[in-house]
Design a protein around this ligand. Sequence first.
Ligand SMILES: Cc1cc2nc3c(=O)[nH]c(=O)nc-3n(C[C@H](O)[C@H](O)[C@H](O)COP(=O)(O)OP(=O)(O)OC[C@H]3O[C@@H](n4cnc5c(N)ncnc54)[C@H](O)[C@@H]3O)c2cc1C
Length: 316
Amino acid sequence: MVEDYGTEAQKEEYLRPVAENDQLSGLAVSEPQTGSDLAGMTTKAEKVEGGYELTGEKYWVGNAVEADWLTVYAKTGESDDRYSNYTLFIVETDSDGYEAEHIPEKMGMRASKQGHIVFEDCFVPEENVVGSEGGGFYVLADFFNHGRVIVGGHGLGLAAAAVEEAEAFIDEREAFDRTIDEFQAVQHTISDMRIGFESARALNWRACEKVADNDDAGYWASGGFDSEEAARAGWENLPRRTHSGDLRGRERHPAQPHLPAVAVSRRGVRAPQPAAAAPPRPRTRAGPRARRRRPRTAEARTTRRTPADESAKTPG
Ligand SMILES: Cc1cc2nc3c(=O)[nH]c(=O)nc-3n(C[C@H](O)[C@H](O)[C@H](O)COP(=O)(O)OP(=O)(O)OC[C@H]3O[C@@H](n4cnc5c(N)ncnc54)[C@H](O)[C@@H]3O)c2cc1C
């Protein structure tokens, strides 16, 4: 936001040290009582001589304690148009009236720390307004459109990993004297997972293009959320069906490590090779032993997992 809407002086003073890895930054929007409703935030920025005084609370803010400065979203107006009452400010975290503490425990997302901020008559100079007074809601909404399609990518990465693990698992797992990938019901499950994954990926890529082109970006950014569906398909389908809902099986299942990773994964979006690229499967009508699938070679498995394959398969 500072890059797109900030002044040259703001970029030089605040963005440059972040880009040079000398400083940390963050964004403070959410509040204890309000998260989704951007036009319902209550932290106030009151006009005073030479700037503004901030009063209120922010919650869940990444780097609230660690950052050198934050972009803070606060209410500057009371007009009937609830979308025109907000302004963004650059706030230095060592300012008087700025207090922050860590939120101690979270279920996930442990790779970053969130905090609770209390502003008490915290002075912010006029030149630290980002964009224009009253324009904060629209700047933020535009920023979130970009953020949403990126979060969609996180979901796709998780789903890709779950599909890969599921395919590897059924290739190895044996039952009734053969590997379970020979059973049609298991193949249906894998097929459902791939359909869910490929659909979500196509949608997310399309949403990325639309957001980048600013072509009805809000509509398309909300659609990218469907990647969560793909991740769910990846996680829920296989353990449930291959272990008949047996919880013990769930614990043992190799896709399970990806569930706690949902919130913290930094893995790239990878996808398994299309089935056609797998080594040919021996076809014979002999007994079950003879029908057992030849194990894949180490080389074939490596090939299947390279990120390069992903980019080759990326929908245009
Ligand atoms: C790990 C983590 C990091 C975060 N980092 C930051 C950060 O750096 N900066 C920051 O400002 N915030 C941050 N947040 C806060 C995050 O942006 C909010 O949690 C989010 O906006 C949702 O707000 P809320 O938690 O108040 O939920 P609420 O707004 O109370 O929503 C509760 C539920 O109601 C649903 N809901 C709400 N409104 C609607 C609607 N109009 N239609 C349909 N359903 C609706 C929501 O989907 C949700 O399920 C972070 C949160 C987490 C968990």
